[in-house]
Design a protein around this ligand. Structure first.
Ligand SMILES: [Zn+2]
Length: 388
């Protein structure tokens, strides 16, 4: 059986056709807010149930609980604050006079009306506490921490309702938790392993996916790359998706692997992000979750295996599949980890993105030990494959 959503019930806060028509008609009378893109993505994800059991942006009690204990006030594990705190640059003035009990129309980056917020509380946002609790640092050089300190000083809390899906360049490949659950059931999958990623696949990623597919307790693999806002220098979302399409199409049995984009802002929070991203994938119907080395890490902020240890003793209702660093060993002639290979580090071919970037920059051919030629072609054949 597919796991129930976090907290037991998949949240559904999507307007019916009638509600949408009514909301569209009253739009001119409503205060409007065009939040920063992170909150735009979050509003949609809340409404489609990806962040179940959240029904809206966090109130003060929830923010305090999550930042103090990594739990929601009802005791459920939750590690990432989900808040709406518009800065002056992102419309704080337009909601200055909105009081608890009133509605605000949320607009996307193109000025389209996409969601409603029913404001239940306004409270001062402790941005330092947010950064320390979720990211373990207040260093402004950390990409997400800089974003937190750019938020407004006051948060608006309350339930959201989705009026219409966001338009993304990756729209057709993005699925809701309801859609993935239906797709898994249609395929007869009961035990689905989720693979979180934010890079084009190289052989170390592929090895983890294959190890997972070989398990007798896995019916299918759900590859779910984050293709929303990434940090500067990451590969562009469309490049990530196209390279995964190439891998799946050319190498994996079609009835065992499913691929869909996941449009959120990436949280480079190491262990706290690993738990958050695992909970979200449980909501999409995955009972197993792959955790490689240094998941959701950035720079040297996190111990590479803190993302493994964080799952110890945490009852998430899913099975974390923890894998060590993998490499190609020349002596073994295979992908391996230190658990399966006896040879010294000098025999290992590093499969890191850094190695791939260097080869691409030098216009060197990329060996198949590191990356599939179909994927390499996408990376080398595209101008400007990186996010700005
Ligand atoms: Zn070896």
């Amino acid at each position: 059986m597919l796991p129930p959503a976090h907290g037991g019930r998949l949240v559904q806060r999507v307007a019916s056709d009638n509600e949408r028509a009514r909301r569209d008609a009253e739009l001119s009378d409503l205060p409007k807010l065009a939040p920063f893109i992170d909150a735009v993505y979050d509003a949609e994800k809340i409404a489609i149930g990806a962040y179940s059991p959240l029904e809206g942006f966090m109130d003060r009690a929830t923010f305090d609980s999550v930042t103090a204990d990594d739990r929601l006030p009802n005791g459920l594990p939750w590690t990432m604050p989900i808040v709406l705190a518009p800065s002056d640059q992102h419309g704080a003035e337009s909601v200055r006079n909105v009081r608890a009990g009133e509605d605000v129309a949320l607009m996307d980056g193109k000025g389209r009306f996409f969601a409603m917020l029913h404001v239940e509380e306004r409270y001062p946002l402790d941005r330092k506490r947010f950064a320390e609790a979720a990211y373990g640092t207040t260093d402004p050089a950390h990409p997400n921490v800089a974003d937190i300190f750019a938020l407004g000083g006051e948060a608006l809390a309350g339930p959201v309702q989705l009026i219409r899906r966001l338009e993304t360049p990756h729209g057709p490949t993005e699925l809701t938790p309801t859609e993935t659950r239906e797709a898994f059931e249609k395929r007869g999958w009961k035990n689905v392993a989720a693979y979180q990623c934010r890079n084009p696949p190289h052989t170390a990623h592929e090895y983890l996916q294959r190890l997972t597919l070989e398990r007798s307790d896995v019916d299918g693999l759900f590859i779910h790359p984050v293709v929303g806002r990434l940090k500067s220098g990451d590969y562009r979302p469309d490049v990530i998706l196209r390279s995964y399409e190439a891998l799946v199409q050319h190498y994996y049995p079609a009835d065992r692997v499913m691929l869909a984009g996941f449009t959120i802002t990436m949280r480079y929070a190491g262990p706290k992000a690993a738990v958050f991203l695992a909970i979200v994938r449980k909501n999409y119907g995955c009972g197993l979750y792959i955790v490689g080395r240094d998941q959701a890490g950035v720079g040297k902020y996190y111990d590479p295996y803190a993302c493994h240890r964080v799952f110890d003793g945490l009852d998430l209702g899913l099975v974390p599949l923890r894998y060590e660093e993998t490499f190609f060993c020349r002596k073994c002639g295979w992908m391996a980890t230190t658990k399966t290979c006896a040879h010294p580090a000098s025999e290992r071919v590093a499969t890191s993105q850094t190695r791939i970037r260097q080869a691409l920059a030098a216009r060197e051919p990329l060996p198949v030990e590191i990356i599939r030629p179909e994927v390499a072609e996408i990376l080398s054949g595209t101008e400007g494959v990186l996010s700005g």
